[in-house]
Design a protein around this ligand. Structure first.
Ligand code: DHB
Length: 388
C-alpha cells in the first residue's frame, strides 16, 4: 500500500516535472532576416521596429507558446540570407522565416522554405514572381505591378502623354517598367524610352541628362526604398522640374521615413502605393503614433507596415494552430482578411499574395511636414502579374 502510494506519487512528480520543463521549453520561433547594415539598412530598421511594436501590443505568448523573435542581419547579400535561413531552420528549428528586404534575398531563400516546409513571410520584397518561387511563400508587402498599373491608368487623364521610365535594373524595376509601359500604351499614352540604372550605388546624372534631352511630359521612376532622396536631389539639381518634366512613380520614391528631408522638389510629386503614413483611418493614426513613440519620432513607411501586417498574419496562424509549424501553419496564413494600417487587406489563398487598395497620392505640406496625401483609391487590387 505504502509502496504503491510512493510509486504513484513519484509518477505524479515526474509527470509534473516533465510537464513543467515542456511548458518552459515550448517556444514559437520567428526567424526575422533583414538588411540591418549597408545601403538598405532603413528597410531592416523599419521592419524590426514594426515587429517589436506588434509584439509589445499583442503580447509575447501565442497559441500557448512563448514567442521568440530571432533577428539576423544579412547585410543585403543573398548568399548570407540563404546561409542564415539554413541555420535558423536546422539549428534553431524556427516555426517561420520572415523579413526579406530585397527580391534577390527572398529568391535565394525560397528553396530552403520548400525543402524544409517552413512558411516564409515576405515583408518587403515586391517582384511579382516571388510568390511563385516556393509554395511556402506568403507576402504581406506588395507587388510592383499593382502600383505601376494603377498609375498608368491615372496618367493619361491628367495631361501626361509621353513618358520616359527610369528603373533599378532588377526584378521590381523590370516589373514596374513592363507593367507601366504596357498599360500606358493600352491607354493611348506612350513610353518614349526605358532607362535602367544599377541597383547598388546608382549615378543618376547621365540618365537624367538623357531624359532632359528627350523632353517627355513626365519621368516615371522606380528605385528601392531609401534611394529616392538621391534621385530627387539630382532631379532638382538638373532643373528638370523647371524644364516642365513631371516626376511620377511608385511610392517607393517618396518613402515616408525620408520624405521630409527631400525638401521642395518632392512637393507635388504624384505616386501610387498601398501605404501612406497619412492614411486617414483611426487604426493608422494609432499605429503611426505608437510607432513614432517607440522609435524616437521615426515615421513608419511602407516597409514598417509590411512587417507589422506580417506579424499579424503569423500571430493569427499561430493562434489557430496552437503554435504549429509547416503546412498547418502555412494553411492558417492563407485567406486571412483584416484591417491593416494601410486599409483593408486580404491574403489570397490561391496565390498567397496580398490583395489591397492602391492609392494615388500627391506630396503636400501638412502642418509644415511633407506627406503623401491620398486622393484616389483603387479598391482590392490583385497582382496583375499573376494573371499572365
Ligand atoms: C524591393 C525593394 C524595395 O526597397 C522596394 O521599395 C520595392 C521592392 C525589392 O527588392 O523587391
Amino acid at each position: 500500500m505504502q509502496k504503491r502510494y510512493f510509486l504513484s506519487a513519484l509518477m505524479v512528480g515526474l509527470l509534473g516535472a516533465y510537464a513543467g520543463t515542456a511548458t518552459a521549453q515550448e517556444k514559437f520561433k520567428i526567424g526575422l532576416i533583414l538588411p540591418m547594415t549597408g545601403p538598405f539598412a532603413s528597410t531592416g530598421k523599419q521592419i524590426e521596429a514594426a515587429a517589436r511594436l506588434y509584439m509589445a501590443q499583442n503580447g509575447d505568448t501565442v497559441g500557448g507558446k512563448k514567442v521568440e523573435l530571432i533577428v539576423k542581419d544579412d547585410t543585403s547579400a543573398p548568399d548570407v540570407t540563404k546561409r542564415i535561413a539554413q541555420e535558423l531552420v536546422v539549428n534553431d528549428k524556427v516555426n517561420v522565416l520572415a523579413g526579406f528586404g530585397l527580391t534577390p534575398l527572398a529568391l535565394a531563400t525560397a528553396p530552403i522554405a520548400t525543402q524544409s516546409k517552413t512558411p516564409m513571410v515576405v515583408m518587403a520584397a515586391a517582384t511579382s514572381s516571388i510568390t511563385q518561387a516556393s509554395p511556402y511563400v506568403v507576402r504581406t508587402s506588395f507587388a510592383l505591378p499593382q502600383a505601376a498599373v494603377a498609375l498608368a491608368d491615372w496618367v493619361p487623364n491628367n495631361g501626361i502623354k509621353k513618358v520616359v521610365t527610369l528603373v533599378s535594373d532588377y526584378g521590381p524595376g523590370i516589373d514596374a517598367e513592363k507593367f507601366f509601359k504596357e498599360r500606358l500604351t493600352f491607354n493611348g499614352g506612350e513610353v518614349i524610352d526605358t532607362l535602367r540604372v544599377p541597383m547598388r550605388n546608382p549615378d543618376f546624372a547621365p540618365f537624367l541628362q538623357k531624359v532632359r534631352d528627350l523632353k517627355p511630359d513626365a519621368l516615371f521612376v522606380f528605385v528601392p526604398s531609401g534611394a529616392g532622396a538621391a534621385l530627387m536631389k539630382q532631379f532638382a539639381e538638373r532643373g528638370m522640374d523647371k524644364a516642365g518634366i513631371k516626376l511620377i512613380g511608385t511610392g517607393d520614391i517618396t518613402d515616408d521615413d525620408i520624405l521630409n528631408s527631400m525638401g521642395d522638389v518632392a512637393n507635388g510629386v504624384v505616386t501610387s502605393h498601398h501605404y501612406s503614413a497619412s492614411h486617414n483611418s483611426p487604426l493608422n493614426k494609432k499605429f503611426v503614433a505608437a510607432f513614432e513613440k517607440a522609435n524616437a519620432g521615426l515615421r513608419p513607411n511602407f516597409m514598417a507596415v509590411g512587417g507589422y501586417d506580417g506579424m499579424r498574419v503569423i500571430y493569427e496562424a499561430a493562434k489557430t494552430t496552437k503554435g504549429g509549424s509547416g503546412e498547418a501553419l502555412l494553411n492558417a496564413m492563407k485567406g486571412q482578411v483584416f484591417e491593416s494600417p494601410r486599409g483593408p487587406m486580404f491574403i489570397d489563398a490561391q496565390t498567397r499574395d496580398v490583395v489591397h487598395n492602391i492609392y494615388i497620392r500627391k506630396v503636400e505640406k501638412v502642418g509644415g511636414q511633407l506627406f503623401n496625401q491620398e486622393f484616389s483609391t483603387i479598391p482590392d487590387v490583385k497582382d496583375p502579374g499573376k494573371s499572365k
